[in-house]
Design a protein around this ligand. Structure first.
Ligand code: UD1
Ligand code: MG
Length: 448
C-alpha cells in the first residue's frame, strides 16, 4: 500500500495518521488487509515523514526514496516482494476499503487466472479518474488517466467505468512491466503497466463494485469529515443489525473497538471510544462519554463521563457523574448526581446519590453514602485508602480523612470529619456540639 503524499490537510500530522473514528487511517487499511487474509503487509512511505515509526506491529516498511508516481512507489517495495507472489495494492488514503472487497479482488484475480485485476466502478463521477478501456471482447485493455483531460479522446472521456486504485498483481510480471514504464509528466504511472502486461499475453481482469465508499480518498479535512461520517454510519448500522437501538444516530460518535450487547439503547449525544463494552439491555445517554469503560447488562448511564471504569449489571450512573480510572461499581449500585469516583470499589446495591467525591476507597455492599461526602485521600504527598464496610449509613457532609476504616453497619453523624476508625455498628460523630444562645436576636436589635 502507498501511504500518501501531496496533501492539503494543513497539518503537522502525516495524512495517513489522521484518525477516522479514532483509528488512524492507515490502520483501517492494515486491519482490512489482515481481515481479508493478507500474509504480509508492506507500507510504502517517503523517508522522514514519521509514518514508518507509527505503523501497527507486523507491518513492513518500504521507503520510496526516488521517483514520483504510483509506479515509482511500487518499485520501492520490490525487494520485499517474494518471486511468484500475488500482491494486492491499496492506497493509504482510501481508508474505507472493506475486507470483503480485498478478498473479492484477490479471489477474482485467482479465478480469472489474471496477471492483473483491478477494482472498478461505474457509480461515481468519473472526472479525473483513470478510465477503464475495454476491448471488443469486454476484456480490459488499458487505463487512460484523465487528471489532465487535454488530448484525451472524447470516446474515452465518455467512459464511466473508473479505476478505483486497488489491484491484485502477479508480482513478477508487475515488476518486469514496471521496468518498461516510461515517465509521464515526471511520474511513473502504475496504470501504464496494463498495456505492457497485455502485450505479453497476460490477462487483465476487472472486479466491478458498487461499494463506492472504497473510492473515497482523503486529501483534505473536508474529505476526512466525509470519510468519518461514512465510517461512523457503517459502524452504527452494524451495531443496529446486532440489535442495538440508536435514538439519534446522527449525534453518536463511535469507535471500531466498541462492543454493544443486544437491546441496549444508545441515546443522543453519546461518544463511545476505545475498548468500551456495553452489556445487553443497558441504556447509555443522553450525553454520555465512555472511554475504555465496561458497562454491565441493564445498567443506565446518563449525562456521565467514564474512563477505564467498570459498572455492574443494573447499576445506575448519573446524571452528571464522573467515573475515573479504577472505578468498579457493583451490581445494582447507584452513583448519582455530581458524584466523582476514582480508583474505588462501590459495592453491590450501595448508593452514592449526591455531590460526593469517592477516591481510593473500598465501599462495601448495601451502604448508603449521604449527600456531600468526601474522602480526603491525599495528604499532600501520598494517597491513602478509605474503607467503608457493608450496610453503613453515612451522614451528609461526612469527610473521611484517609487512611480510615468504617466498620459494617456503622453510622457517621452529619458534618463529621472522621479521622479515626469507626467500629462496626457504632456511630462515629466528630463535630462541635451545637450551642444555642437564647435571646440573641433581641439583644442585637437593642444594640443598634
Ligand atoms: C490513481 C490512478 C487512477 C485512479 C485513481 C483512483 C495512477 C497513475 N492513477 O490516480 O487511475 O483512478 O488513483 O484514486 O496510479 N503515491 C505514492 N507515491 C507516489 C505517488 C503516489 O505513495 O509517488 C500514493 C498516493 O499517496 C496514493 C496512491 O499512491 O495513496 C495513489 O496516488 P494518487 O496520486 O492519488 O493517484 P491518482 O492521481 O489519484
Ligand atoms: Mg488519488
Amino acid at each position: 500500500m502507498a501511504a500518501g503524499h501531496g496533501t492539503r490537510m494543513r497539518s503537522s500530522l502525516p495524512k495517513v495518521l489522521h484518525p477516522v473514528c479514532g483509528k488512524p487511517m492507515i490502520e483501517w487499511i492494515v486491519d482490512a488487509a489482515h481481515e481479508a487474509g493478507a500474509g504480509r503487509i508492506v507500507c510504502i512511505t517517503r523517508p522522514g515523514t514519521g509514518v514508518a515509526e507509527r505503523l501497527p506491529d507486523g507491518v513492513e516498511v518500504a521507503e520510496q526514496r526516488e521517483g514520483e508516481g504510483t509506479g515509482a512507489a511500487l518499485l520501492a517495495a520490490r525487494e520485499l516482494v517474494e518471486p511468484g507472489a500475488t500482491v494486492v495494492v491499496l492506497s493509504g488514503d482510501h481508508p474505507l476499503v472493506s475486507p470483503q472487497l480485498i478478498s473479492g479482488l484477490a479471489e477474482t484475480h485467482a479465478r480469472e487466472g489474471a496477471v492483473a485485476t483491478l477494482l472498478t466502478t461505474t457509480e461515481l463521477d468519473p472526472t479525473g479518474y483513470g478510465r477503464v478501456v475495454r476491448g471488443p471482447d469486454g476484456s480490459v485493455e488499458r487505463i487512460v488517466e484523465t487528471k489532465h483531460p487535454e488530448g484525451v479522446p472524447p470516446e474515452v472521456l465518455a467512459i464511466r467505468e473508473i479505476n478505483i486504485g486497488a489491484y491484485a498483481f502477479a508480482a513478477d510480471e508487475l515488476y518486469a512491466a514496471l521496468d518498461q514504464v516510461a515517465e509521464t509528466r515526471g511520474e511513473r504511472y502504475l496504470t501504464a503497466v496494463f498495456p505492457i502486461l497485455r502485450e505479453r499475453g497476460g490477462k487483465i481482469a476487472a472486479y466491478p463494485t458498487d461499494d463506492v465508499s472504497c473510492a473515497m480518498g482523503v486529501n483534505s479535512r473536508a474529505d476526512l469529515m466525509d470519510v468519518e461520517r461514512v465510517a461512523r454510519e457503517r459502524l452504527i448500522r452494524e451495531h443496529a443489525r446486532n440489535g442495538v437501538t440508536f435514538t439519534a444516530p446522527g449525534t453518536v460518535v463511535i469507535e471500531p473497538g466498541v462492543e454493544i450487547g443486544q437491546d441496549a439503547t444508545i441515546e443522543a449525544g453519546v461518544t463511545l471510544r476505545g475498548a468500551t463494552r456495553i452489556g445487553a439491555g443497558a441504556t447509555i445517554g443522553p450525553h454520555t462519554t465512555l472511554i475504555d469503560a465496561r458497562i454491565g447488562d441493564g445498567a443506565t448511564v446518563l449525562h456521565a463521563y467514564a474512563v477505564e471504569a467498570e459498572v455492574g449489571p443494573n447499576a445506575s450512573i448519573g446524571p452528571f457523574a464522573y467515573l475515573r480510572p479504577g472505578t468498579v461499581v457493583g451490581e445494582g449500585a447507584k452513583v448519582g448526581t455530581y458524584v466523582e469516583v476514582k480508583n474505588s470499589t462501590i459495592g453491590a446495591g450501595t448508593k452514592v446519590p449526591h455531590l460526593s467525591y469517592i477516591g481510593d476507597a473500598d465501599v462495601g455492599e448495601g451502604t448508603n453514602i449521604g449527600a456531600g461526602n468526601i474522602t480526603a485521600n491525599y495528604d499532600g504527598r501520598r494517597k491513602h485508602r478509605t474503607v467503608i464496610g457493608n450496610n453503613v449509613k453515612t451522614g451528609v457532609d461526612t469527610s473521611f480523612v484517609a487512611p480510615v476504616t468504617v466498620g459494617d453497619g456503622a453510622y457517621t453523624g452529619a458534618g463529621s470529619v472522621i479521622t479515626q476508625d469507626v467500629p462496626p455498628g457504632a456511630l462515629g460523630i466528630a463535630r462541635e456540639r451545637q450551642r444555642n444562645i437564647e435571646g440573641y436576636a433581641e439583644r442585637v436589635e437593642k444594640r443598634s
